[in-house]
Design a protein around this ligand. Sequence first.
Ligand code: HEC
Ligand code: HEC
Length: 205
Amino acid sequence: MNTTRIAWTTALLALSGIGWANAAPSQERSGKVVVETVCQDCHTTGKDGAPKIGDQAAWRQRASKGLDKLTKNAITGVRSMPAHGGQAQLSDLELTRAVAYMVSNGTAADTNKAYTPSHVRPGAQLVQERCQECHVAGTNGAPRIGEMNDWRARLTQGVAPLVRSAIKGHNSMPARGGLAGMSDVEMRSAVEFMLSKAGGPAAAK
Ligand code: HEC
Ligand code: HEC
């Protein structure tokens, strides 16, 4: 590892520390708002067999698997339930709040804790399966893995804003890299993996 590489890695670690400490969850919407804007389309009418809001018996049965399991299914999708309710840019925290709100028929106060999946796919795997499709060649201006210069300007505010923008998507970068079932935790680990390779082209191999 040459000195440039070490300096870069150190800067990156420092940045990520600051970035995460500043990660502002305040812009995330409440469970009520998410349900009203995204989920109730299907969950008030019972479209495609969606459990109805207020149908306590239906929810009680599903919730017996545990809220964690329900939240995981809302993130990854299950049968006719689309991943993230069809809105890939909804965060884990917003999904967690929405599930709590629906299951309790609006009586639960918003949970402020994001769901942490018990099984997190490693960043390396996700990057290999999905992200490198664009981030190796630099398709449509994607910052390239292993090219420090492509990333430097994007990192001025730390890593957290990059993770947020990769979740939401922008320009030709699809929300969650087009993998709607990826959790925020997995997105963070994929972004961190790509950045860990930013030290030099050799590292990306
Ligand atoms: C396009 C219609 C649609 C939208 C929009 C939608 N859902 Fe669903 N949802 C379904 C259907 C259909 C099921 C039943 C799936 C099954 O069990 O076969 C379901 C099931 C669920 C379940 C139960 C999962 C389980 O493991 O039993 C949860 C929790 C859930 N949805 C949460 C949400 C949340 C939160 C939103 C909004 C962010 C949302 N859904 C938006 C159609 C939808
Ligand atoms: C279909 C092509 C494509 C795929 C697949 C893709 N990206 Fe991207 N990505 C882009 C493009 C294009 C940009 C540059 C967008 C811009 O800034 O205009 C980008 C930008 C980014 C950025 C920088 C965001 C910023 O705010 O500067 C991050 C981080 C990122 N992608 C992460 C990922 C991760 C993680 C994956 C895999 C889960 C992934 N991308 C998959 C095309 C892709």
